[in-house]
Ligand binder design. Structure first.
Ligand code: ACO
Length: 455
């Protein structure tokens, strides 16, 4: 603490939960009659996690929060703010946060600020900023903040269906964090568009203008990157380029868009004439330097050439973040933070002193680029301990691959159950690991009842 203010506020600890059921993209291609390679190479996805009828965003949140508190030995009384990011609507009034309060009430702690934040995939970032801002503010009472990003991403039959996914992530927020926010450099772009939205309250599925959402994402990325660079330059007195960050972590609807996004940053660096772009790359990009406005987003040649010249840097600075998003799919609010967890899993031994730049995008649209500076955390918040608690490899290995027919059957059942009352689930917990929460029933008053598989 310096002059009474907490220092290096950021993420102290993180845990992830994802459902044990998944479907392989290769099998889904065959099932959907898509051309071979469309989902695996075209979208760049390997596998997709989904909730069966016994799990949902609330049960996943209860599971991940309980797990984080236990594994890091955090007294639930030490949480002073709990913020949830989600776009999966279960109730139009009652926040997911209030369900999670059960964990804290049990320990006599009801003094917990915060509710849910919603705007497509951006809600988790809004929740994170709320917690970080609280710890940095004069209303901070010295306790931890806790952020939960939880979503089950499901699409109607059609081209968007393979871009679903599911998971919940919990992050503990406080001072002296191994992942310290560089709050001064945030670059934000927000605007009104209809690229992906959920106007039909009787359905869980979004309305998607897929092509528009891709362009909106890339335009938002450009705007945020340029603002991030300007702020960096203002405070540091030198130009920012992709050489100044060790990793770039993107919201990941599907991996192909992440590949295109990094290539776009490279193209921006070329346009800004930074030293990150080498001579032969400059020559290759030169023919595109005069493309203006929408032209540059529609040019297939530019897309191809920029991906080609950025490839080596992509492998070093982006690839380590792609493991979980490729395996689990788009987890909406949790997607960016699952990519972040992948970097921790892959690189925890070498992260100290490095920088991670994050790009958060939520359709509609809201977007921010921000960054973390990494330092050695103190036990239990050390990087090796965080990686070991994440336990990514083991969690991935113990998943259960189901055939596409079973996945489609589950979605059909969930379509009937969406917004319904007075039903019981199968209570089949055979695939769940001990300690996992599950949905038992929704009663005649729409009240949801959960239980926990014996730990
Ligand atoms: N082998 C290899 N590649 C293939 C094959 C094949 N057999 N078939 C198609 N492809 C490629 C295409 O060339 C294309 O690649 P490109 O983007 O480099 O051109 C890619 O696979 C996808 O094929 P499209 O025909 O463009 O796919 P389609 O239009 O059917 O759907 C889309 C893709 C729009 C992403 C759809 O899945 C969707 O709407 N998803 C949800 C929206 C979304 O995720 N938007 C992103 C930001 S908003 C958010 O996060 C929700």
């Amino acid at each position: 603490m310096e002059s009474g203010r907490p220092k290096d506020v950021g993420i102290l600890a993180i845990d992830i939960y994802f459902p044990p059921s998944c479907v392989q993209q290769e099998a889904l291609e065959v099932h959907d009659g898509a051309s071979k390679g469309k989902y695996t190479i075209g979208l760049g996805q390997d596998c997709m996690a989904f909730c069966t009828e016994v799990e949902d965003v609330i049960s996943m949140s209860l599971t991940v929060v309980t797990s984080l508190l236990k594994k890091y030995q955090i007294d639930p009384k030490q949480i002073g703010r709990l913020e949830v990011g989600s776009e999966t609507v279960i109730d139009k009034s009652k926040s997911i946060k209030t369900w999670i309060m059960q964990i804290f009430e049990e320990y006599g702690n009801t003094d917990v600020e915060g509710v849910d934040s919603t705007n497509a995939c951006y809600g988790g970032t809004a929740a994170l900023f709320n917690c970080v801002n609280w710890v940095e503010s004069s209303s901070w009472d010295g306790r931890y903040g806790l952020v939960v990003c939880t979503d089950s991403a499901v699409y109607a039959e059609g081209p968007a269906r393979p871009t679903g996914g599911a998971s919940a992530i919990a992050m503990l927020i406080g001072p002296n964090a191994p992942f310290a926010f560089e709050s001064k450099y945030r670059g934000t772009h927000m605007s009104h568009v209809y690229d992906f939205y959920k106007p039909n309250l009787a359905s869980e599925y979004p309305v998607v203008d897929g092509k528009l959402s891709q362009t909106c994402y890339l335009m938002a990325l450009d705007a945020c990157y340029n603002r991030y660079c300007s702020k960096f330059e203002k405070f540091e007195g030198k130009q920012f380029s992709i050489s100044d960050s060790d990793y770039f972590v993107f919201h990941s609807p599907y991996n192909k868009l992440v590949q295109k996004s990094f290539a776009r940053l490279y193209f921006n660096d070329f346009l800004r004439n930074t030293s990150a772009v080498e001579k032969d790359a400059k020559e290759k990009l030169e023919p595109f330097s005069n493309l203006i406005g929408d032209e540059s987003y529609q040019s297939r040649d530019l897309e191809k050439v920029s991906q080609q010249v950025a490839k080596t840097l992509y492998d070093a600075k982006v690839q380590p973040s792609t493991l979980l998003p490729k395996q689990l799919g788009n987890m909406y609010t949790a997607s960016l933070y699952a990519a972040f967890a992948s970097v921790i899993h892959n690189k925890h031994k070498t992260l100290v002193g490095q920088r991670i730049v994050m790009f958060s995008y939520g359709s509609g649209l809201t977007s921010t680029m921000f960054s973390f500076k990494l330092q050695e955390g103190q036990h239990p918040f050390s990087l090796p301990n965080i990686a070991s608690i994440l336990n990514v490899s083991e969690k991935l290995e113990r998943r259960h691959v189901v055939p596409p027919e079973k996945f489609v059957e589950t979605l059909k059942l969930m379509e009937h159950r969406y917004g319904a009352k007075d039903y019981e689930t199968s209570r089949d917990t055979s695939l769940l690991t001990p300690g996992t929460f599950y949905l038992m029933k929704v009663d005649s008053m729409y009240r949801r009842h959960y239980a926990r598989k014996d730990a």
